[in-house]
Structures are given as structure tokens and as C-alpha cells.
Design a protein around this ligand. Structure first.
Ligand code: BG6
Length: 492
């Protein structure tokens, strides 16, 4: 008997790109939209953290307010995605466009209508939407009046928001993600970004050390319950819905073969990645998490019905972001590098981006196998890419070979994982059109196949143009991942 193994990307593989409302749309106070948490975040740099201001200040630059103006230009942008051959487009819905204060009794019709229009354009181009319900933003009023996800009442506001979306977009949207990078709440910088909580002390998003683990894990529990409720309600509204989780995959290698390093890497994988995966995929807290809570005086208020809710609301598929890997060591005296806002140690075998994110395509194959071996669910990589500075040539062309190289190597790693037996169904590289960086608020940290003429100070025409990677990715999609080597010039 000959064993048949996959030879490449499956038929109907979902090639596309990913974005988030607060980094893309702009129109922050148009169409009845309320202020969101991201609207209160100033611009930063690689070395200066973004800050929250409790009120909007005329002297500050808030990148989300205009972003790249997708709010007015979505038709043009979606046509470009169609030209590249996208099968899927990941976008998020701005919660405060639908419920301006979060706890409003009725949704804002104008906000719902905006997304009707966006979905209609996608349909015109034959592109399937993949919708993140909450991507690093919540109505700011929930942060101010409830301290965000620390308050259990926010669960009901979120579930009501989900129900509104599910009823409105039933038959139009099939793929949903409940929370972007839910596991970011395990870290201090997730406090405001993911948890909409405003801690005492520093208002710099990268240094919210005053936020306690107790508060963050409690907020995370509320998000778990909210997500599970949404999954259950979503399936009741439309049994064809596929509702997934979304984890920021933190790929931790032991720095040495010392058993302490090996064990530490496993512990980081457990707490950083598998805690959230286990609750959302398996419907219960794993033993290692309970031990961690007990040993660190973390006492989560879990109501009687919660375990049942978690069990009944497990997800249909698993998605994650992957940008880089880091090393971990039990020895504290190691130089630190950044890594998708996730700190770790330098790997001597890897190069890093200008923002010090280490480039590791093989780590993606490792991650895909590691996750699939545990959950056996269909998977999508819903974020991956290289944030880099692009130079525009005098003739307007942009030769982003470094981006092509990065993506090509990651796609090769994906193919290897598929041959390993991983059920990978889609790939949406991050920031398929240049947008605002979540970590730094910069424009110059670009990920796109499509260039947007706007600089860090907010100056520029906002005109769109095709980079070399645009033509390259178009060919990748057309060949279902078989043609990876053609140069961007010959692909034109
Ligand atoms: C992910 C987020 O963590 O990384 C995105 O989900 C973010 O919102 C992306 O934009 C890249 O990070 P950055 O800081 O380069 O924008």
C-alpha cells in the first residue's frame, strides 16, 4: 500500500490579507461612531511608547482618527484586493461604530450600513469576509465607566453586540473571530489594548506594569465567557457560521539545552499560548493554569454557570498571528529584543527586522505542527508579515524584495507543514495595505502589498500604489502557492 500525503496547498485555500478597523478606517467621529479606546492612543516610535490620554488633546497626534481613510476609500481598496486575486479579506468591525458607548440600548444604523456596503463590495470582487469582532478596541465609554473587561457587565454588552452583528450579517459573513490575540491580556501591555482597562500609574501602553495579574486574568476570564456565549448564540442564529479563536502565537525556543531552559520554554508555551487555546478549543482551564493561579495568588471569580458556558462555546477553528520567534533562558542576564511586542531573547542564528523582530520562517512550521498536534482543528494564519520602511523610486515604483523574501520563506514553511499533515485552510498576511502600526502608531512601519502615501506626521495624499510584492503575491495566489520564486519584475 502506498501512503498518500499532501503535495501542496489544498484546493480552495483561502489566500488573502488582514487588517483591523482602528488601524485602517479613520472616520473616527463620522457616521455616529463613538470614541474607541484606540482613538485615545497617541503616536509613538520604535523607542517611545504610545500613551493614552483620558481626554482628546489638540496638541497630540492620534493615528486612528484618519488612519488610511478606508472609511471613504473602501471601494478602491477592495478593488485592488480583487485585482490581487484575494479569496478572503480579514477586517474588524469597530465596536463603537455599532454601539457608540458600548452599553447603548439600540445599535447605530449608520454604522451597520457602512459594513453592509463594505461586504457588498467584497461580494462584487468574489472575496469572502473574515470578521474580527473585537480587535484591540472597545468603546472608550466602557473603559471610562466600567474599567473595561474588569467588569463582568461588559460580557452582556459584548454578547449583545455580537448578536446584532450575527443577525445583520447572517448569510453574508461566514467566518468570525471573537477576539483578536486574546492571550495578550496575559501581559501588562494588554491591559488597555486588549482589556480596555485604565490602570493607575503609567499611561504608556508598553509599560503598564502597575496593572495586576489578578485584574488581567479576571478580565481574560470575562472575555472567555463572552466568547463562548457568542459562539453558542452564533451557531443558533446560523449553523453555517464558523467561529474561531485568535491567538498571538509566541514562539519560545530554549536558549540552551539546559533542562531549566527547556522547561521554561514549555511553561511559556503553556501559559502564553495554550492557556487561551485550551479554554477556547477544549472548553476548560488546563491544570498548569490552575497551578499558576494558585501559586501566584490569582483568585479568579468564576460564577457557577461559567464552566458549562465554556464547554458549550468551543470554537470551530483555530487562528493565530505569527511574526517571529524569541529565545527564553532561566539565566536572567541575557540581552533582550522586541518581538511582536512580546519580549524575549536574541537567537544567534536569526536576523531581525529594523524593529528587532527576529525573522524565523521555520518557526512557523514548528508552530503549525505544535498547535495542530494538540487541537486537530482546521487552522488559519491570520497575521504574518514584515514591517519595513519602503522607498518610493522617482518613477513611483517600490521595490520591496525584502518583503517578498520574508513572505516567500514563510509560505514555503506553511507548505511543509501541510505536507506534515497540518490542516491549514487560509493565510491572510498582516496589513495587506499599509496601515497604522498597533505597537508604535507609526505609518512608516509598513507591511502592505499596496503603498499608502502618508507619513508619520500624517502628511501625504493618501494615494494608493502597487508595490513589487503586489504583483508577486498575485502570482502566488493564481498558482495556489506553487509559483514563489518569480522575481517581482517578471511577475508584472
Ligand atoms: C498584531 C496585531 O499583534 O500585530 C495587529 O494584531 C498589529 O493589530 C500587528 O498591527 C503588527 O504589529 P505592529 O506593532 O507592527 O503594528
Amino acid at each position: 500500500m502506498t501512503t498518500k500525503i499532501p503535495t501542496g496547498f489544498p484546493e480552495h485555500f483561502l489566500w488573502g490579507g488582514a487588517t483591523a478597523a482602528n488601524q485602517l478606517e479613520g472616520g473616527y467621529n463620522e457616521g455616529g461612531k463613538g470614541l474607541s479606546t484606540s482613538d485615545m492612543m497617541t503616536a509613538g516610535t520604535h523607542t517611545t511608547s504610545r500613551r493614552i490620554t483620558p481626554e482628546l488633546l489638540p496638541t497630540e497626534n492620534y493615528p486612528s482618527h484618519e488612519a488610511i481613510d478606508f472609511y471613504h476609500r473602501y471601494a478602491e481598496d477592495i478593488a485592488l484586493f480583487g485585482e490581487m486575486g484575494f479569496k478572503v479579506f480579514r477586517l474588524s468591525i469597530a465596536w463603537s461604530r455599532i454601539f457608540p458607548n458600548g452599553d447603548d440600548p439600540e445599535p447605530n444604523e449608520e454604522g451597520l450600513k457602512f459594513y453592509d456596503n463594505v461586504f457588498a463590495e467584497l461580494k462584487k470582487q468574489g472575496i469572502e469576509p473574515l470578521v474580527t469582532i473585537s480587535h484591540y478596541e472597545a468603546p472608550f465609554a466602557l473603559a471610562k465607566n466600567y474599567n473595561g473587561w474588569s467588569d463582568r457587565r461588559v460580557i452582556d454588552f459584548y454578547v449583545n453586540y455580537c448578536e446584532t452583528l450575527f443577525n445583520r450579517y447572517k448569510g453574508v459573513v461566514k467566518y468570525w473571530l471573537t477576539f483578536n490575540e486574546i492571550n495578550i491580556l496575559t501581559m501588562p501591555f494588554g491591559t488597555f489594548l486588549a482589556g480596555a482597562m485604565i490602570p493607575e500609574g503609567s499611561k504608556e501602553i508598553m509599560s503598564m506594569e502597575s496593572s495586576s495579574e489578578q485584574a488581567r486574568y479576571q478580565a481574560l476570564h470575562h472575555q472567555f465567557v463572552a466568547s463562548a456565549k457568542a459562539v453558542k448564540i452564533g451557531h443558533a442564529i446560523d449553523p453555517n457560521f464558523k467561529i474561531g479563536c485568535m491567538i498571538a502565537y509566541m514562539c519560545n525556543y530554549p536558549l540552551t539545552s539546559h533542562p531549566d531552559d527547556i522547561l521554561l520554554a514549555q511553561q511559556k508555551d503553556n501559559l502564553g499560548n495554550f492557556l487561551c487555546g485550551d479554554v477556547q478549543v477544549r472548553g476548560e482551564y488546563p491544570g498548569f493554569a490552575k497551578r499558576y493561579f494558585a501559586e501566584n495568588n490569582i483568585d479568579i471569580q468564576i460564577q457557577d454557570g461559567d464552566p458549562q458556558i465554556l464547554l458549550e462555546g468551543t470554537v470551530d477553528f483555530y487562528t493565530f498571528s505569527y511574526y517571529s520567534s524569541v529565545c527564553v533562558s532561566a539565566d536572567p542576564d541575557q540581552a533582550k529584543v522586541g518581538g511582536n511586542m512580546l519580549m524575549g531573547l536574541k537567537n544567534p542564528y536569526l536576523k531581525a527586522s529594523a524593529w528587532e523582530w527576529q525573522i524565523d520562517p521555520q518557526g512557523l512550521r514548528w508552530a503549525l505542527n505544535n498547535i495542530y498536534n494538540r487541537y486537530r482543528l482546521p487552522m488559519m494564519i491570520v497575521e504574518n508579515g514584515l514591517g519595513a520602511v519602503d522607498e518610493v523610486e522617482p518613477d513611483g515604483s517600490i521595490h520591496d524584495d525584502y518583503r517578498i523574501e520574508y513572505l516567500r520563506e514563510h509560505i514555503k514553511a506553511m507548505k511543509e507543514a501541510i505536507i506534515d499533515g497540518v490542516e491549514l485552510i487560509g493565510y491572510t498576511p498582516w496589513g495587506c495595505i499599509d496601515l497604522v502600526s498597533a505597537g508604535t502608531g507609526e505609518m512608516k512601519k509598513r507591511y502592505g502589498f499596496i503603498y499608502v502615501d502618508k507619513d508619520n506626521e500624517g502628511k501625504g495624499t493618501l494615494n494608493r500604489s502597487r508595490k513589487d510584492s503586489f504583483y508577486w503575491y498575485k502570482e502566488v495566489i493564481a498558482s495556489n502557492g506553487e509559483v514563489l520564486e518569480s522575481s517581482s519584475k517578471s511577475a508584472k
